[in-house]
Design a protein around this ligand. Structure first.
Ligand code: WT7
Length: 652
């Protein structure tokens, strides 16, 4: 049991008495939400406008072999209408999106709900003119510019399914996703400024499309004006077409269970999975969590620093905030450009009230010293949030003291691409916090701790195990695109009757949850999920590599770093240049986020007699914790371990 278990709770700061949810409110509402979920969610569903109201609320089954998840299934709605049109009468002139560019010298843009409506309609009409129909897939490979929001909402408006590919991914990764979802078109930009540098998105898309059907159209947002190649008949200047397109476009009525988007995420095995989220349940859940977790009130300026290429950007830059009629900030840049004060400068400039970022960013900025924060007026900040990985108490305390001045509740939100929205999180006016704990479940969420090996439920407090969820919530993913069997096997096979999260956790004496990290072969690098198998297959695709094994190890800034053990082909010289070449290779195969931090040459890998790599041992060596290797008696050749220890790369 960690010392943090008994850590004093931090009281709710003053001024939160009139928060949406109070401590008693939380207890009562939580109780109702889990005792009668259909009644509870039946009421919550009313926060949306339905073209045809639902009569059925919940029809969900977690039994392996017949997993099926449906919410509000006979309801009809349109997500874009809920995020835009229904606000036009009451807040047409209110700013919906504040766009803050990479270069602080470029003016910010303030896009009202009315302007958002017009731009989304024009983009939707362009999509229609390109032959995009209901149910078609559109891949979005854009930087953090307003057109990314327009493209998402234009898809939703006409019933097309978007799949955003993070602009940091390589051409190969982009091609795989275009092909897996069978996209009809991809929308990209000429180049993407980030931190003063430019990513050649159009050139990457050209490279990707070499591996795709030649029927895939390529819409290009001329954002920087940088020169790109142009293929007539395939490439389309989307901004030019938007100018002549009609400024209105009727919304397509969609079933609640019609897919809204596909988002690829890494798993412990195989290629990335296309996580499918649908329209009704997802939007109810994104809107509700946005309102309650951040205590969002009308007129607040909300800033989530994520990229729309991740689920955090989907739920908390676009869908949740816009469904609530909020003003949401969209930031093109990075935390350290032009200097380490950028986040705080933007907070002050736009009078941000809720600020939501990743622990890795906090740790990086913490290293630059508090003077970067203190230069800026942060008096409008009311709530701080974190997401993506466990936050170490030092970073939590720094965030609280220097950014929140001890007056802002910190919401440490635990959730996943698969969950659509927050599952375990404090609520600002309701939950006393503990630095490092995601605290208590959101409404309707039933966390269950199981013994990893036996799968037995662990009751009571002061316990540890793997984290499962006992019942469905509306924001849950519905399937893996094109592979429902894989969906069932990944999440419902190992622990029957439960959704298995892949995370380990501790429930402390107060019933608070502490996420201890992944228990599978997934690593969390700077809050981004990476499958070790993916990095391994990129490495072995290099002609000089015979075999590779990848594990995570603790990294001061990134949370986890990528540690690769590489066995070279016979006769290949292990040099530092080759190390650099392999790092570069992985970057081009997957993207910079997959770059190995450390590569160790491994003449042999520790294997069992049946040939299975013993990752447990590799993890220990990477963690520099080789004194406790555990049982090595099943190794085919125990001597390889001594060599790996002698030549380990992490001696910190
Ligand atoms: C994995 C999900 C959810 C959006 C960003 C990441 C880890 C996420 C927390 C947190 C501890 C966290 C988990 C989870 N994680 N939030 N507050 N505390 N761990 O989404 O890429 O789907 O990754 O991120 O390990 O399973 P994702």
């Amino acid at each position: 049991m960690g010392a943090t278990d008994t850590a004093a709770k931090r009281a709710i700061p003053a001024g939160f008495e009139s928060a949406h949810v109070t401590p008693d409110g939380y207890r009562n509402m939580y109780e109702t939400s889990v005792s009668d979920p259909a009644a509870f969610w039946g009421e919550e569903g009313k926060r949306l406008d339905w073209i045809q109201p639902y009569s059925k609320v919940k029809d969900t089954n977690f039994d392996f072999g017949s997993v099926s998840i449906k919410w509000f299934e006979d309801g009809v709605l349109n997500v874009a209408a809920n995020c835009i049109d229904r606000h036009l009468d009451t807040r047409g002139d209110q700013v919906a999106i504040i766009w803050e560019p990479d270069d602080p010298a470029t003016p910010a843009k303030h896009i009202t709900y009315r302007e958002l409506h017009e731009n989304v309609c024009r983009m939707a009409n362009v999509f229609l003119s390109q032959g995009v129909m209901r149910g078609d897939r559109v891949v979005i490979y854009l930087p953090m510019i307003p057109e990314a929001a327009y493209a998402m909402l234009a898809c939703a408006r006409i019933g097309a399914i978007h799949s955003i590919v993070f602009a940091g991914f390589s051409p190969d990764a982009l091609a795989n996703r275009i092909n897996d979802c069978g996209a009809k078109l991809v929308i990209t930009a000429d180049t993407a400024p980030r931190g003063g540098r430019r990513t050649p998105l159009k050139a990457n898309t050209d490279a990707a499309l070499l591996h795709c059907s030649d029927r895939v159209r390529c819409l290009v947002v001329k954002h920087t004006g940088d020169q790109t190649t142009w293929i007539d008949g395939r490439d389309v200047d989307v901004l030019a077409l938007m100018q002549t397109a009609a400024p209105d476009c009727p919304v397509r009525p969609m079933g609640a269970e019609d897919p809204l988007f596909i988002l690829y995420t890494s798993g412990s095995t195989g290629k990335p999975k296309g996580v499918v989220h649908t329209s009704g349940g997802y939007l109810v859940y994104a809107a509700m969590t946005h309102q309650y977790t951040f205590d969002y009130k009308d007129g607040d300026i909300f800033w989530c620093t994520a990229d729309v290429g991740w689920v955090t950007g989907h739920s908390y830059i676009i869908y949740g905030p816009l469904a609530n009629g909020a003003t949401t900030v969209m930031f093109e840049g990075v935390p350290t450009y032009p200097d380490a004060g950028r986040f705080w400068e933007v907070c002050a400039k736009h009078k941000v009230n809720q600020f939501y970022t990743a622990p890795t960013a906090i740790r990086a900025l913490m290293g630059q010293g508090p003077e970067w924060v203190e230069k800026h007026d942060l008096s409008d900040l009311r709530i701080l949030g974190t997401v993506g990985e466990p936050i170490n108490p030092e970073a939590w305390t720094w965030y609280d003291k220097h950014v929140g001045k001890g007056k802002c509740p910190i919401v440490d939100t635990w959730w996943q691409t698969e969950t659509g929205g927050h599952l375990i999180t404090p609520l600002p006016g309701a939950t006393e916090t503990k630095p490092g704990s995601a605290t208590l479940p959101f409404f309707g969420v039933k966390p269950v701790v199981l013994e990893a090996e036996s799968g037995k439920v662990v009751e009571g407090n002061g316990v540890e195990g793997v984290l499962c969820i006992g019942d469905s919530w509306p924001g849950q993913m519905r399937t893996v695109w094109g592979d429902h069997q894989r969906f069932q096997e990944t999440y419902f096979q190992q622990y029957k009757g439960y959704y298995f999260t892949g995370d380990g956790c501790r429930r402390d004496e107060d019933g608070y949850y502490w996420i201890t990290g992944r228990v599978d072969d997934v690593i969390n690098v700077s809050g981004h999920r990476m499958g070790t198998a993916e990095v391994e297959s990129a490495l072995v695709a290099h002609e000089k590599v015979a075999e590779a094994a990848v594990v995570g190890y603790p990294h001061e800034i990134k949370g986890q770093g990528i540690y690769a053990y590489v066995t070279l082909m016979k006769g290949v010289e292990p040099t530092d240049d080759l190390r650099k070449e392999l790092v570069k290779w992985v970057r081009t195969e997957i993207g910079p986020i997959a770059s190995p931090d450390l590569i160790q040459w491994a003449p042999g890998l520790p294997k069992t007699r049946s040939g299975k790599i013993m990752r447990r041992i590799l993890r220990k060596i990477a963690e520099n914790d080789y004194g406790a290797l555990g049982d090595t008696s099943t190794l085919a050749d125990p001597s390889v371990v001594d060599d790996l220890i002698d030549n380990r790369m992490n001696r910190g």
